[in-house]
Design a protein around this ligand. Sequence first.
Ligand code: PGA
Length: 254
Amino acid sequence: MPPILFAANWKMHHGPVQAEAFAREFRELTFPSPDRELWFFPPAVSIGVLADAFRSRPDIRIGCQDVHWEAAGAFTGALSIPMVEEAGASAALVGHSERRHVFGETDADTGKKVTSLLKAGFRAMLCVGETLVEREAGKTEAVVLRQLNAGLGAVAPGDWPYVLVAYEPVWAIGTGRNATPDDAAAVHGVIREWIIAHGGPADVRILYGGSVKAGNVLALVSREGIDGVLVGGASLTPDGWAEIVGIGETTGLS
Ligand code: PGA
């Protein structure tokens, strides 16, 4: 069984000083375990600090919350893949709902970012998910398929091992309302079918995100087809995040 992936999306929280303090405490609270992988997506200014602090932890990978598809140039405020790689990142989120809805990132942008990330040997985690209005209008599947086509439609056969998808219904992000394991598993099934139909392997990792916390994480990751979780608010304290990533350890999950 592949390891369960626990990914922390810190959003705009924890600059270098707080990130360093977090890492120091977190290292004391957790230990590497072969059945789990831990990824952190801190603000870009904290990538270097986390990469240093977790250098001795083969179970931990650091990623960037967003990147530009160009390697350099006149793009004020943007970060290129080679830069974040230098800082210690080897993965990136693409198309997080806040990038799409707050900053106007388009479907076409996500495709360009995924292509550049894969070319650079990064892991690309494409985030997809419908809004409440779209869900209530019965458009969940259509929206997710549109986002997959735009984001992953150009993935080359050899690059699939570097691709991940996070299904994050927009109505569940930061709202306390999470999709049930049944809701999530149904959409994960749609995503997996799309990947297979587009030449990808059945084992591409698909994570769930949206109000994941200690009380609901076990039910989600125990479900077949849910390969991990992408967690915002509940990943911000070392003890809270350690509790989540250690969930089920004593009960022999997986
Ligand atoms: P949340 O955020 O866990 O705070 O709902 C998840 C995300 O946006 O990735």
